[in-house]
Design a protein around this ligand. Structure first.
Ligand code: ZN
Length: 452
């Protein structure tokens, strides 16, 4: 028999073992123990954050034979059957591969049969957003009058794709992406339990690469430790996972700092078209910006970037003010947060670049409200400030410091970079409107956020 994966072996079996979702597990535990559970739950949140694990634990707690305050006991035969995946009254459906009306009709018929041996029949529909409209309609009829012995648990990373009629009939829980220390702590715990030797750096890289998904972190740990024969080092992690393509990130940042926004956006589009992992790429760009910032503050020891890259970044960062680096790092950090749920994976980084160009080079950001004609003509050359430009530009704190407009051309000249091609704001503005319209189709609440 093949060896059990670390992820399955360390899958939480009780609410206490679920990492980082205390706001969810407390409520679920109390509901299951008091017998006041809802008929339908909606577990929303990024992948790998414990939605399906919690659903199984809830199914177990609802059917466990122990005293209420001990549920789930993980000892009675029902708990064990759930843990082994053979409890007949727990029905798990993958919404992605059973998305049609026929599957849901079949489900509706079976719902009418009482549980085989448990108190409750629990249906877990994972990736529920994948169901067709007809399937959702059929499901809705069951949700309107559910038999008292049935509990539905729907899980999805894209809750906005679940119709409001379904959402309104569910008790909703939002699962959060895990924070780095939470992932690191769990990885260390697993290493202790499995006798895996590791260095802190390796664990830190794994946690960072996981992007909030504990499942991914554990799978990567599994992969690296099996190659390393129970020894996990930072070098091995880098070699196996292929760290973020630093070179590509560096090129992108160079273009941005040289004032070539169009070039930077074009590169980004190319990387996206080549299928580069946008989460890693955005993270990699953030890492470099952060390195530049920390270097400027004299904190080189804190930076996890190769020495030769650091030297080049140092040159790039010359002439950029600390405030601007701080802002750049902050917007890239926001982009990393958003990339998981973004409609287009490259969109958050795109937005960050456009914004950064404005405050690095004193160019107005294109807005849906329209760019004033004076700003449009003045923007490409970053010429002397017009009143319209001055109003839109971000002020740089501190008296007597050179403003971004005077900094940009000097830096471009010093680096020997040719003057960038004029940025066609009208074209960008049109594209922007299209992006807005598409986003609005997907989620009406997101589009105003983009504009804000
Ligand atoms: Zn039990």
């Amino acid at each position: 028999m093949a060896q059990e994966t670390l992820y399955l072996k360390w899958r939480p079996k009780d609410f206490d073992e679920v990492v980082g979702q205390g706001h969810v597990t407390r409520t679920l535990r109390n509901a299951a123990r008091s017998g006041r559970q809802a008929h339908a739950y909606l577990f929303a949140g990024p992948r790998g954050t414990g939605k399906t694990s919690c659903a199984r634990i809830l199914a177990k707690a609802l059917n466990c034979l122990a005293e209420p305050e001990q549920r789930p006991c993980n000892a009675c035969h029902i708990c064990q059957e759930v843990n082994q995946g053979r409890f007949l009254d727990l029905i798990e459906i993958d919404g992605a591969s059973n998305r049609g009306i026929d599957e849901i009709r079949e489900l509706r018929e079976k719902v009418n049969y009482r549980p085989n041996e448990g108190r409750y029949k629990v249906y877990i529909i994972d990736e529920v957003h994948m169901l067709t409209r007809e399937a959702f309609n059929a499901l809705l009829k069951t949700l309107e009058e559910p038999p008292e012995y049935v509990v539905f648990i729907f899980a999805t990373p894209e809750v906005w794709r679940v119709p409001a009629t379904i959402r309104s009939r569910c008790q909703r829980f939002d699962f959060r992406p895990l924070r780095l220390p939470q992932i690191e702590a769990r990885l260390n715990q697993i290493c202790e339990g499995e006798g895996i030797a590791r260095d802190d750096k390796a664990i830190a890289i794994l946690a960072r690469q996981a992007g909030g998904a504990l499942r991914d972190a554990i799978s990567m740990l599994d992969q690296v430790s099996s190659v390393g024969d129970g020894m996990v080092t930072a070098d091995l992690v880098r070699a196996i996972l292929g760290t973020a393509p630093d070179e590509a990130c560096e090129r992108l940042l160079s273009s941005l700092l040289a004032g070539d926004l169009a070039g930077a956006l074009e590169q980004l589009g190319q990387f996206a078209a080549e299928g580069l992992d946008m989460r890693q790429f955005t993270q990699g760009t953030l890492d470099l910006a952060r390195a530049m910032l920390l270097m400027r503050l004299g904190a080189q020891a804190e930076v996890d970037v190769p020495q030769e890259t650091l030297a080049r970044l140092g040159d790039l960062a010359q002439g950029v003010q600390v405030e601007q680096l701080l802002r750049l790092t902050r917007s890239l950090s926001q982009a990393v947060d958003q990339v998981r749920n973004a409609y287009l994976p490259q969109l958050p980084l795109e937005l960050a670049l456009v914004e950064a160009n404005a405050y690095l080079h004193g160019r107005p950001e294109p807005t849906l409200a329209g760019v004033q004609p004076a700003a449009t003509t003045a923007a490409p050359a970053a010429a002397a400030p017009s009143p319209q430009l001055a109003r839109q530009r971000e002020p740089v704190p501190g008296p007597g410091r050179p403003g971004p407009v005077t900094v940009a051309p000097q830096r471009v000249a010093a680096m020997g970079v040719a003057e960038p091609p004029p940025l066609d704001l009208q074209r960008l503005q049109k594209l922007w409107l299209k992006v807005g319209a598409k986003v609005r189709l997907k989620d009406r609440t997101l589009e105003p956020l983009l504009r804000s």
